[in-house]
Design a protein around this ligand. Structure first.
Ligand code: SIN
Length: 544
């Protein structure tokens, strides 16, 4: 399909303009951490799609993996991350994340985040594929605690201004470099924000699938706009599904944290039997991709739509303290987790791929930096280790902020540029709600937990018939972003003729290290074509 450079017509001489040193798109933990870093250097404008606190960070339950337990080591955390990542993690990125993560969590505590403690100090939970207890947490609302500490720190700085309910549509580029972004204000007017350096921290893509743990804002906007602007994307075939999202008719796919299995929760099939031992000797604490496929296999075998998570071995008092959010939410649905088993099914959860970055958070587009779920730092490989995402967001958020500071120091001349796109270059609006649902259904059925050449080709044929939608309606732009990324995901999954981590091909169930320790990169060609490149090196063939 032809990918237009822009989704809406605009002329920066005719719309409101804002000029700043740093533009940050997204207000989750990575964006806020980047804002804190840049705020010491100059003015920061932070754009948030809804309110500052709405995003995946806030919903993160289990915690943040960090080497602060005296029985733990940096080497052990690195090893666990590499094992879960199934041979595709970039070792220097993992080492950076794990080693620097310790200071990032320590400073977060200084900034007021409060995590659960026991008599030894911080209390650490266990999660799948971790060899030791290393998951720091605040009950089962760790993300909310981090978000509020980071927001307090970032937003109290006089250099930081936040524009909420401001939806970024496209990046602005001039002479092959990013110069800012085009955004839709809450009053429906377009605004051009020009900056010396732009940091994308716009979150993930979970809404691409019919069943998802992600909030409604997770439509991949940052990845799609970076792609349209010319930045390389990679690892798009690696989408992580979470095995235990609530399965109740008419209720959201509320996440039941992996930390529950870390505390001994057992998975049961419809007959009340444990089944994980048949799939992996680590049972409920196997890597997430393995547990997800086991849950799916059990439901298919029993022709029953869910399996059950059993926490009833714990007392009500313990569960009230350890999992208060899960307990209260399920109580509101009529389930008492100290007495009843919880119906669960897999749901889309986390995108390992995204905008390619080096270890300094630099993308392949000059003056554009990326961090958090929108980015692919290559630390997660083919399957993210549980509770590594908040850590990655902090570490690479700070690094992206530092790189942006260096870029801004080199900037010369005015930041404002006369830029435009006219209606002949952008797609017309199409009323995207129905298209969005068709896309989510297709992606779930044909490019989801299990794929094959046949299903992926069928998905791509169907996507071919779904046109992009432009205009200044947020729903149209979100749909177009998901539609573009859905195609890249399906194309990468078709290209990778093996199974690895979260990417499981029924027609190629084996891992093929001889041929596939490589990444699939995408970039938009000048004429709107999709260019794909498969390489052991960086997106432009460089040594990494
Ligand atoms: C969970 O609490 O199970 C989710 C945490 C994560 O995705 O790392």
């Amino acid at each position: 399909m032809h990918i237009p450079r822009h989704l809406v017509p605009f002329d920066t001489r005719r719309i409101q303009r804002i000029e700043t040193d740093f533009l940050i798109v997204g207000s989750g933990n990575a964006g806020l951490r980047a804002a804190i870093e840049a705020s010491g250097e100059g003015s920061v404008v932070l754009l948030s799609k809804e309110n500052v606190n709405e995003g995946a960070t806030r919903y993160a339950q289990g915690g943040i993996a960090v080497v602060m337990n005296k029985e733990d080591t940096i080497e052990a955390h690195v090893r666990d991350t590499l094992d879960a990542g199934a041979g595709l993690c970039h070792l220097p990125a993992v080492q950076t994340m794990v080693a620097e993560g310790v200071d990032r969590v320590a400073e977060l505590l200084e900034w007021g985040a409060e995590f659960d403690r026991d008599k030894e100090g911080l209390a650490f939970g266990l999660e799948g594929a971790h060899s030791v207890r290393r998951v720091a947490h605040k009950g089962d609302s760790t993300g909310e605690e981090m978000q509020s500490a980071l927001a307090k720190k970032a937003l109290s700085h006089p250099n930081v201004s936040v524009l909420e309910h401001t939806f970024v549509i496209d990046l602005l580029t001039d002479s092959g470099a990013c110069v800012g972004a085009l955004a839709l204000r809450p009053d429906g007017e377009l605004t051009a924000v020009f900056a010396k350096a732009t940091i994308l921290a716009a979150g993930g893509l979970g809404q691409l699938y019919k069943r998802t743990s992600n909030p409604s804002v997770a439509t991949g906007d940052g990845m799609a706009m970076a792609f349209r602007a010319g930045a390389a994307l990679t690892d798009m075939e690696f989408f992580q599904f979470h095995p235990t999202a609530l399965y109740m008719e008419g209720k959201p796919r509320f996440l039941i944290s992996e930390a529950a299995r870390g505390e001994g929760a057992q998975l049961l099939n419809i007959r009340g039997e444990r089944f994980m031992i048949a799939y992996d000797e680590r049972e409920e604490l196997a890597p997430r991709d393995i547990v997800t496929r086991a849950v799916l296999a059990e439901t298919m075998r029993a022709r029953h739509p869910c399996v059950y998570l059993d926490l009833t071995k714990h007392s009500r008092e313990f569960l009230e303290k350890r999992f208060p959010n899960i307990l209260c939410t399920l109580r509101s649905y009529g389930v008492e987790i100290w007495r009843d088993v919880i119906p669960v099914q897999a749901a889309a959860h986390f995108m390992m791929g995204g905008v390619w970055t080096d270890r300094r958070g630099r993308t392949s587009l000059p003056n554009l930096f990326a961090c958090g779920e929108a980015a692919c730092s290559m630390a997660h490989g083919a399957n993210r280790l549980a509770s590594n995402s908040l850590l990655e967001g902090l570490v690479f958020g700070r690094r992206a902020g530092r790189s942006a500071v260096k870029a801004a120091r080199r900037h010369e001349g005015p930041v404002w540029k006369p830029l435009s796109a006219d209606a002949s270059e952008t797609p017309p609006p199409r009323g995207a709600q129905e298209l969005r649902e068709r896309l989510q259904e297709r992606m779930w059925e044909e490019a989801g937990i299990l794929r094959s050449a046949e299903s992926l080709e069928s998905a791509l044929n169907a996507l071919e018939k779904m046109p992009l939608s432009g205009g200044t309606d947020r729903a149209d732009i979100e749909y177009s972003n998901m539609r573009i990324l859905g195609e890249l995901l399906a194309r990468a999954a078709l290209e990778r003729v093996e199974s690895r981590g979260a990417h499981f091909r029924l027609d190629r169930p084996e891992r093929d290290d001889a041929n596939w320790k490589r990444r699939v990169y995408f970039a938009r060609g000048e004429n709107g074509t999709v260019r794909m490149r498969v390489s052991r090196r960086g997106p432009k063939g460089e040594n990494r």
